[in-house]
Write a protein that binds this ligand. Structure first.
Ligand code: AMP
Length: 106
C-alpha cells in the first residue's frame, strides 16, 4: 500500500517509535506542535474516521487505550488528543491517526 504511515509500519521509512504492539504503532511527529507530540496509529490501513466500519469499533477503543498507555509511560498529568478528518479538517496523511500533544516532554 502506497501510504506513508503503512511504510512506517513496515519499517520502510524510519520513525522515532515509542511503542509497538500487534495492532498499533506510536511514534514522534516529525514536525512537533507541542513539547511532546506523538502519533498513535493502528497498523491496519484505515483512510480516516470517515472510513471507520462497525467491524473497527474494538480497534478504535484500543486506539484510545493505547493513547492512555503512552500517556502513563510519559507520566503525563494531562494531554490533548486530536484526530483530523478529511482535507477540510486538516488531515494530510490518509491513514487514521490520533495526535497526542502534551507540554511536558520526558
Ligand atoms: P494530519 O494533518 O492530522 O494528517 O497529521 C499528519 C501528521 O503527520 C503531521 O503532524 C506531520 O507532521 C506528521 N508526519 C508527516 N510525515 C511524518 C513522518 N515521516 N514521521 C512522523 N510524522 C510525520
Amino acid at each position: 500500500m502506497d501510504c506513508l504511515f503503512c511504510k512506517i509500519v513496515r519499517k520502510e521509512i524510519p520513525a522515532d517509535i515509542v511503542l509497538e504492539d500487534e495492532r498499533f504503532l506510536v511514534f514522534h511527529d516529525i514536525q512537533p506542535k507541542a513539547p511532546l507530540h506523538l502519533l498513535i496509529i493502528p497498523k491496519k490501513h484505515i483512510h480516516s474516521v470517515d472510513h471507520v466500519e462497525i467491524e473497527d469499533k474494538e480497534l478504535m477503543g484500543e486506539l484510545i487505550l493505547t493513547s492512555q498507555k503512552v500517556a502513563r509511560m510519559h507520566n503525563l498529568k494531562g494531554y490533548k488528543l486530536q484526530i483530523n478528518v478529511g482535507r477540510e479538517g486538516g488531515q494530510v496523511v490518509d491513514h487514521i491517526h490520533l495526535h497526542l500533544l502534551a507540554d511536558i516532554a520526558k
